[in-house]
Design a protein around this ligand. Sequence first.
Ligand code: 6MZ
Length: 364
Amino acid sequence: MSLAESAEERQSKTKRCKLDDESPLMKLPKIELHAHLNGSLSKETINILASMKPDSMDMIRNADDMLLIGENEQKTLEDCFMIFKLIHEVTDRPELIKFATKAVIKDFAKENTKYLELRSTPRSNDYMTMDQYVEAIVSAIRESSLDEPSIVVKFLVSIDRSKGVEMAKEITSLAIKYHKKHKDVVVGMDMSGNMRGSKARDFFDLLSEARAAGMKISIHAAEVHNDEETEDVLKFEPERIGHGTFIPPLKCQNPRLMVLLQEKRIPLEVCLTSNLKGGTVDSFEDHHLGVLISEELPFTICTDDKGVFSTSLTKEYEIAAKTFKLTVEQMWKISYDSIDHIFGEEELKSNLKKYWQHWKEDNP
Ligand code: 6MZ
């Protein structure tokens, strides 16, 4: 089955995906590879966290409407970065980070996510060190493997590029240290954060260091228009790229970017609602996922910040299916192919593939 069928061919398929609670996409086993921990907190979880830390209740009450971007609302990426800062107020202690991590894992497990890579930038303050931040996440992941055995969870340590290279050095050393200590959990690094005021290439030496230590790399790139930086990132060849919105020719002035993507076949982590609500695409129909499907390029469907963008992995699958007229079988294939792009170990990949195949046999 090819994903690159004509729209007419796809139209003629009878088994359509529906946008409702009964959606077969809820049952479909799914893979989530691009989820920022603090952006993934549901409203309920934020409220519980705030009640665990009474001094932040007023902040939450006053900011309640601001924290989550509702249906049909569009913001800018700058607005989103402000929202993350507010959310950080309720996750500023190890026990809160641990609670938050467990809650996010539970949410994803509920919608049949079978493999999740969570990413987060370690922070320190009067109540916690960056080591404690990472330890809280790792221990939440370990405990969740008992409470939520249906989902396998890994952790990517994020560099927030807006905090500069010196801070990124500290984070990279921490990431390598925890990768050595917890190889089965801390599997990779991500570079994200507000891209204004820094160059991706300034962080490549650090990312190479992490890679030399055995970690896999994902870099946010082409989320906004910056052809020069995007070319740098494509040439660096991270194992995956976050977004890649401005790579296809419609969105950039440099046709070499698409050629590089075709040559290197770096999987893109596609975040439909995030891109629409963050104002980097005008509509789902205009989203570069259409090009990735027609060019048969590797990608995976992700949520980015399911809390902030009021979405879920199932919703993202539904939007993709509805917008690009894909059948449940084609959505199964997208989910199945995502297994190849995980940072987890080879044996896990083959176990996940077996699970997907059995699921398909049981759900013809
Ligand atoms: C770039 C993003 C992002 O790390 O505190 N983050 N970076 N682009 C995006 N698109 C919308 N969404 C989230 O999670 C929140 C942090 O993730 C990054 C930002 O650095 C944000 O502060 P953690 O768990």
